[in-house]
Design a protein around this ligand. Structure first.
Ligand code: TYD
Length: 140
């Protein structure tokens, strides 16, 4: 299974009217998991790279509710993809066990992250070489 192919852009419906826009994201409806946690990232300089980890358990959807950023994902087996987050009604779904780097943050970037789990630092893999070994079954 190529986890990079499981990552995908999602488009949420906009319920806009003359008063402005409204976007709804419901767990198990608009994203493929129950949302247990949200966090958001802002004030990151354009030359900062965040993420740089994989998660054994958590699935995420990332949405730039303001501004723009990019997300590069890798499976540790040579497959990778880059997603541009540049509209508040689109997001990218990231499955478990995928390496992710977030970068190219615009000054006004507010990156909303929806997660399928409560926070547990122990499920993070923060060393890329270790991640490569794990996904290639050289270690566990
Ligand atoms: P980190 O995972 O380094 O952020 P990013 O994914 O953007 O690179 O998290 C930064 C700090 O915040 C780190 O000390 C862990 C903490 N943190 C929580 O306590 N709960 C959370 O849900 C998240 C995502 C991070």
């Amino acid at each position: 299974m190529n986890v990079v192919s499981l990552a995908q852009m999602l488009e949420f419906s906009q319920k806009g009217d003359e008063r402005g826009h409204l976007v709804v994201v419901e767990g198990m409806e608009d994203v493929p998991f129950d949302i247990k946690r949200i966090f958001y990232i802002y004030g990151s300089d354009p030359d900062v790279v965040r993420g740089q980890h994989a998660n054994r358990e958590s699935e995420f959807v990332l949405i730039n509710v303001a501004g723009t950023s990019k997300v590069k994902v890798k499976d540790g087996k040579g497959n990778e993809a880059v997603y541009s987050l540049n509209r508040p009604h689109t997001g990218v779904y990231l499955p478990r066990m995928i390496w992710k780097d977030m970068y190219d943050f615009s000054e006004d970037s507010v990156l909303l992250c929806l997660a399928s789990t409560h926070y547990d630092g122990n499920e993070y893999i923060r060393d890329y070489d270790e991640f490569v070994k794990i996904v290639n079954n050289q270690n566990s």
